[in-house]
Write a protein that binds this ligand. Structure first.
Ligand code: HAM
Length: 419
């Protein structure tokens, strides 16, 4: 039998219910903060990611699914969402609409990574970008939306790690600082880092090779050379977080794996997955749109790894979502099957989720199935009930039953569904 490619996943029932519920919550919370959905292609011209994510990053260097199409054009399955959103923003002249714009997306991303828990080659992100606002308020708003989303899912144990990556003008100074700091140990760094030290010094702090990690553990962070304006910006963001009661901590080692960031960067870790499996990452990217050939429009955003998020969902949310919330309709022979189909349609039209027994099970077999699948209530109707214009509504948890008219079914259901 043919199996799925390594690093991909099938999301099948009952787990798929969790995904639907998480995504519905994202649509609801993000839209409530004024965000609009944007959908961009799953593949883009390779050049887009090289220019935005950065040539010297691991993502571009080692992890992209790049291929030539039939005309020999180099295309890449998107490794992340921000570059495509920025491109689409410019290409569709969204900058002609009032700024800022809050755009969100949910969809698959692709990175050729070594497989481990929470790390896949096809994974899904839920992301938000606020484009066209330079103020620290926008960074703080991003994190507020993020935490409202997490709270709606029942999380109460998450912390956001924050760092300041300074402005692009600060980078050459950081290169000098790092090179002088690492002078004596330079040749102990991996070949990649020796190259990074010249080309893109910040990336040295992102190296996963243990000897490089050990060597750079005590090097000064980017903040040592950050401009006063960038410091004031990030300090304002964190003071807003403090005032809002959002748990945050300063993490000077946080550099993020993408090159477009300036000033604020942040990540969210869950106690369950630990610091090496980040649930969400984001930050400010004020030069990205200009680097892609557009006007100078600032941006800030984040993306959540949905696969990782679903893995650590609070049990109460998961239990609520997976509870069987439909009414099981059990026709008992003769004309009742057709009546059942009509009843199913009527009930759905009135907002009652149903499952119609279509396999002709006996009452005993149907009740056994209801029990196994966790249905709380079933409606049973034989020819006798139909003749009298009633159905038997059975509450399997309470062990009670009543005869009601089909019209009453929706009324009873909807009344009980009210909180
Ligand atoms: P990122 O940190 O590369 O940022 O990815 C965001 C999140 O995607 C990670 O925190 C993680 O949860 C998830 N993720 C990344 N790689 C994998 C993988 N191989 N398997 C499973 N989950 C993964 C970005 O992509 C930026 N575009 C975020 C952003 C938006 N910055 C500003 N706006």
């Amino acid at each position: 039998m043919i199996q799925k490619p390594r690093g991909t996943r099938d999301i099948v029932p009952p787990e798929s219910k969790l995904w639907v519920a998480v995504e519905a919550t994202a649509h609801r919370v993000f839209q409530a903060f004024g965000a609009e959905e944007i959908r961009t292609p799953v593949f883009e011209h390779t050049e887009l990611f090289v220019r935005s994510v950065g040539e010297t990053t691991d993502i571009v260097h080692k992890e992209m699914y790049t291929f030539a199409d039939r005309k020999g054009r180099s295309l890449t399955l998107r490794p992340e969402g921000t570059a495509g959103v920025a491109r689409a923003f410019l290409e569709n002249s969204l900058d002609q609409r009032p700024l800022p714009q809050r755009l969100y997306y949910i969809g698959p991303m692709f990175r050729y990574e070594r497989m481990q828990r929470g790390r896949y080659r096809e994974f899904r992100q839920i992301g938000l970008e606020i484009i066209g606002a330079a103020s620290p308020l926008a960074d703080a708003e991003c994190i507020v939306v993020l935490f409202e989303f997490f709270t709606a899912l029942g999380f109460d144990n998450l912390t956001v790690h924050v760092n300041n990556l300074g402005d692009p003008e600060d980078r050459p100074r950081y290169g000098e600082l790092l090179r002088s700091h690492l002078q004596g140990v330079r040749d102990q760094l991996c070949a990649d880092c020796q190259r990074r030290l010249e080309e893109n010094p910040l990336r040295v702090l992102d190296c996963k090779v243990p000897t490089c990690k050990a060597i750079t553990a005590t090097t000064p962070g980017m903040e040592a050379v950050a401009s006063p304006a960038s410091r004031a910006h990030v300090e304002e963001v964190t003071s807003l977080l403090t005032s809002l009661g959002i748990p945050w901590q300063h993490n000077p080692r946080l550099v993020r794996g993408l090159d477009y960031y300036v000033r604020t960067v942040f990540e969210v870790v869950s106690p369950e997955l630990g610091e090496s499996t980040v649930i969400c990452g984001g930050g400010r990217y004020d030069r990205l749109l200009a680097d892609l050939g557009g006007p100078e429009i600032p941006g800030v955003g984040f993306a959540i790894g949905e696969d990782r998020l679903v893995e650590v969902l609070p049990p109460a949310f998961a239990a609520k979502v997976t509870a069987e919330g439909r009414l099981y309709l059990i026709p008992l022979g003769g004309e009742t099957a057709f009546f059942g189909l009509q009843l199913a349609r009527d009930l759905v039209r009135q907002g009652v989720p149903v499952e119609l027994e279509v396999s002709g099970r006996s009452l005993k077999a149907a009740l056994k199935r209801a029990d196994k699948l966790g249905f709380a209530r079933v409606a049973i109707f034989g020819e006798d009930e139909l003749a009298r214009g009633v159905v038997l509504l059975k509450d399997l948890r309470a062990g009670s039953q009543t005869e009601v008219s089909p019209v009453q079914l929706a009324e009873i259901w909807n009344a009980e569904a009210q909180p």
